[in-house]
Ligand binder design. Sequence first.
Ligand SMILES: C[S@@+](CC[C@H](N)C(=O)[O-])C[C@H]1O[C@@H](n2cnc3c(N)ncnc32)[C@H](O)[C@@H]1O
Length: 410
Amino acid sequence: MAEGIGPRAAAVQALNEVLGEGRMLAQIPEPELPPGERARARRLTEEVLRRIEPADKLLDKALRKNPPLALRNILRLALVELALGAAPHGVVNAAVTLARRDRKTQHMAGLVNAVLRNIDASALTTAPVQKLPRWLRQPMVHFYGREAVAAMEEVFTQSPPLDLSHRDGATLPEGEFLATGSLRLQDPGQVSALPGYAEGGWWVQDAAAALAARLLAAQPGEKVLDLCAAPGGKTLQLAATGADVTALDISGPRMQRIEENLARAGLKAGLVTADALAWQPAELFDAILLDAPCSATGTIRRHPDLPFVKDGSETEGLAALQAQLLDRALGWLKPGGRLVFATCSLLPEEGEHQLKAVLERHPALQVERPDLPGLQPEWITAEGGLRLRPDYLAAAGGMDGFFIMRLRRG
Ligand SMILES: C[S@@+](CC[C@H](N)C(=O)[O-])C[C@H]1O[C@@H](n2cnc3c(N)ncnc32)[C@H](O)[C@@H]1O
C-alpha cells in the first residue's frame, strides 16, 4: 500500500460525504484507523474544506471537462497538500493510487498524474481566500459590512488554536493566557497527551464560549440552571464555582457526555434529561444559563463543513425556538434573578434581534452590560449585548462567533 494512503483515503471519503451527500463531519462514522492517522485524516479534510473555492479555480484551468466528484476530491486533496508543502512525489503517488482504487475513477488515474505534475500548487497560497456561501454571506454583509466579513473569511482559512478552561490549581499545559482568562495553545498535538489531562482540571472550550458562564458569575451555594447544557463545557465552569448546578438537555446521548465530563473533572451537578419546552422546575433559580440551539455559524473555524452542508433554512425555526426557551426560562427565575442567553451564531436573528424582542415582550427586564476582564469596548453593542466575532483577536487565532446577553428579572 502506498505510504500515508489510509488518512488520505479517509479524507477523500469524508469530502465525498460532506460535499456529495450533505452530511456534517460529526455525523460520519470515524474511519477505522489508529488514532494518529484518524486525526491526520480529519486535519486533511478540514484543510481542503477551507480552500475548495480557490483550489477549484486552479483545477478548472487544468481540466478540460468537469470530473466526477470523487475524482475532484482526490485532486483537491492533493493540490492542498502540495500547497501546504507536502513532498510532491508522495502526494502524486497517493492521488494516483486513490484514483485507481475506485471503480468510478480508475480510468482517470493518468489524468490525475498529468494534472498534478503540471499544476503550480504555490498559486493556492497566494489566491484570494474562500468566500462564505451566498446564504450566509449575504445576510452577514448586510449586518457587519463587507470589510468585517472579509476579515472573518480570512480567519476561516486558518486552523484554529486550542483553548482551555480550567479549575483553580489545575496542572496546565504550556500556553498563553488570553486577557479573558482562557489558556490558548497554538500547536497542541494530541489533547489526551497534554499535561494534566488525566487529572481533569482543564477542558477544551473556545475562548468565546467560556465567556457565557463567566458572565453569569455563579456564586457558591446559589441554585443555578444550565439549560441546554450538553456536552457540558459550561456545566463544568458553573460547577467549578461551587454553585448548586442543575444541567438539563433534551438529548440522552449528549447528557451521557456531561456525566463523563463531570466525572473526569471531579465535579458534580444534578442531571435532567428533558425537553425544556415541557419541563417544570420544582423551585425557582437564582441564575440561569441558556445556551440555546442555533445555526452554529459562529463555529466555522472548527467546523469548515458547515457552510457546505447548511443552507440557512433552519434559522427561522431556530430563532423561534430560542425565543420560546427564553420566555420559559425567564419564568423560572427568582425575583431579581439573572439569566445569560448565548448562541454560537453570527446571524442577528439569533442574537441582537433576540435582545430587542425579549425586551419588548418583557418590559420589566433589565439588560446588564458585560463587565468581564479582557472584554474590549467594541465587542459590546449599543443595547448592552456582547457580540463576539471570529476576527476578534485575529492575530492570536480568532475566537468563535457568539452573541451573549445578561438579563435581570425585575
Ligand atoms: C449549543 S448546544 C449546548 C452546548 C453546551 N451548553 C455546552 O457548553 O457544552 C444546544 C443544546 O440544546 C439542546 N436542546 C435542543 N432543544 C432542546 C430542548 N427543547 N430542550 C432541552 N435541550 C434542548 C441540544 O440537545 C444541545 O445539546
